[in-house]
Design a protein around this ligand. Sequence first.
Ligand code: NDP
Ligand code: 2IT
Length: 444
Amino acid sequence: MSYVDEVIERVVKENPNEPEFHQAVKEVLDSLRPVVDANEKAFRRDALLERLVNPERQIKFRVPWIDDNGQVHVNTGYRVQFNSAIGPYKGGLRLHPSVNLGIIKFLGFEQIFKNSLTGLPIGGGKGGSDFDPKGKSDREIMAFCQSFMSELCKYIGADTDVPAGDIGTGAREIGYMFGQYKKLRGLFEGVLTGKGLSYSGSLARTEATGYGLLYIVEEMLKCHGKTIEGKTITVSGSGNVAIYAIEKAQQLGAKVVTCSDSTGWVYDPDGIDVAALKEIKEMKRQRLTEYKNYRPNAEYHEGKGVWNIKSDIALPCATQNELGLEDAKTLVANGVIAVAEGANMPTTAEATDYFQANGVFFLPGKAANAGGVATSALEMSQNSERLQWSFKKVDAKLKGIMVDLYHNIDEAAKRYGFEGNFVVGANIAGFEKVVDAMNAQGIV
Ligand code: NDP
Ligand code: 2IT
């Protein structure tokens, strides 16, 4: 059996009940076959793949908090410190009832390669909790965040592990966590990114993931003689990534006709009203059912459905495995030319294969949504030098990073004879730097 197959088999056996983690490991290792085959003897001797798929450390802890009626609740908190070969662990904190160890491990594993692709010195990690922020009062959110940080603060720091936002964790939650860290550790330091602008956050971090997604799509299309201008785009999700992807797509002259949340989706044939979306989601924290009050011409539907709308470009920006094979078939039948993942692993393996087999440009999340964590690394730089850069400067750096990232993955794919396969290109390019750093640092 090949080394890759052996390691995949062990991962499945040794990590039962973690299907998302298995899926992420399979996708990465499968596309690393050309590199692994060329170095099999040395990699086996050094147990390189075993070291790669086993987190350096995983922390699981109790998070008790009191609701507004005096009732105590107990959630589970996680931080998986996956790989620190190229820098301090870096990655978001997900607050969602579906969170379990396998989901955090899949996200942490992906983060290793994503962070490597940014070209910046950040290792891979991820954390979160099965706490559900929906419908909670501000005080309840604060109580949870303080309890969560009371334990997490023992394991993180500006030079060791720097968490940030993800699903369910935005500026409000980061603020409460930062306050608690500062109180307990007595340190005003860049221990979290995505901080508010008044306490050492970075301009453009809020926009970065969505904007970065459009910058890399723009570069890919440009290299193939196409533009974003005039294209119709379908987006899923209506959170941080989706909102700023829609905003940048519109600035670049596209028409975005859909968005969604976990209960339903909107089709707005005139183009999504971003100001309305921000008011509903960022300010009022309401459901998308409200959208029709702003735009009477729009349709609201319960359930899933954005991928049934005809578009040139599809941008899944909600959550993992939200775009399956049937969706891919519909998108291809409707003439989609490009799919880029704003979310982490939103496309199933079968759907990805179908896109690639049908000549659709497919940009995987670890490349396409890397603008968020890249800008987090820029926030870390600003914190270290105790300066705040202008929006223009951060945005220009973000764009440069995404353009370079595209050429890096394109070149890696070509080098191994997989021209146009950006999944292979991203995994190989991300892996090469991590392996180089792991080899240089010995067996640790
Ligand atoms: P938000 O919490 O801001 O928004 C998440 C959006 O996805 C909401 O519209 C939410 O709907 C929807 N959603 C979440 N879970 C589900 C589900 N199980 N089924 C259907 N819809 C769901 O999160 P972000 O925008 O920050 O994150 C979106 C994706 O992007 C995630 O995969 C995240 O890991 C990834 N990502 C985020 C980055 C960042 O900087 N924030 C960076 C790189 C990747 P509802 O409100 O109803 O739950
Ligand atoms: O998935 C991701 O890259 C994020 N949620 C952002 C991580 C970060 O540290 O900014």
